[in-house]
Write a protein that binds this ligand. Structure first.
Ligand code: SF4
Length: 203
């Protein structure tokens, strides 16, 4: 898929795309674009974990709203989710990117997708080119056959897709697919920015 065409299509939807070569470029980019002492929140992301973004946020001088701190009580974690809305930066990934310039996500409790849509002053959505698909139909398919089942396994949820290997559109109370979101534009062109990493990252 031609990256230049994808960038143009996102531009039509008022969303900037920055293409980076690898995780090293990604960390340099974040360091150059997020001033020291900024307040930074994150959403769950295998991509952010494997590219070293979480560790980078911990070792730099940011006020990192670290939802992974094992000492957090349930209420403290909820407070972190609420603080994300007022953060300077919110970093996460997406589940699928359509070549016509839209971003797709599924979420269980909404704490990951909600700050993408409103609140944080700047949102960097970081994803590998492996998540680019042709259109909306393929994006939904990608989420149901790849992202959601693998995320169920990561979260140790015993939902039907773990055995089946694909989504069976279950009604399980523990399903992680409660919220489907599609970002197809924004008022402020400087808010959500897609960082496209060349290669395969996350799912
Ligand atoms: S809806 Fe149910 S079966 Fe489908 S991916 Fe979500 S948890 Fe799995």
């Amino acid at each position: 898929m031609d990256i230049d065409i994808i960038i143009k299509n996102f531009k039509k939807n008022n969303i900037k795309v920055t293409v980076l070569e690898d995780s090293h470029e990604l960390l340099c980019f974040l360091k150059n674009n997020m001033p020291a002492h900024s307040v930074v929140g994150v959403g769950d992301s295998v991509t952010l974990e494997t590219t070293g973004v979480y560790d980078f946020l911990r070792r730099e001088t940011y006020t990192f709203l670290d939802k992974y701190d094992k000492r957090l009580t349930k209420e403290e974690k909820r407070n972190i989710y609420l603080k994300n809305f007022d953060a300077d930066f919110f970093l996460s990934s997406v589940n699928a990117i359509s070549a016509n310039g839209c971003l797709f996500n599924i979420d269980g409790n909404g704490s990951r997708v909600a700050p993408m849509l409103y609140g944080p002053r700047k949102v960097y959505l970081i994803a590998g080119t492996n998540k680019v698909v042709d259109d909306e139909q393929s994006a939904l398919e990608r989420m149901r056959t790849i992202a959601a089942p693998l995320d169920n396994i990561r979260c140790a949820k015993n939902n039907p897709c773990v055995k089946a290997g694909h989504c069976v559109d279950c009604k399980s109370k523990t399903k992680i697919c409660n919220y489907f979101t599609k970002i197809q534009g924004q008022f402020d062109e400087n808010r959500i920015e897609l960082i496209l990493l060349k290669g395969e990252y996350g799912y």
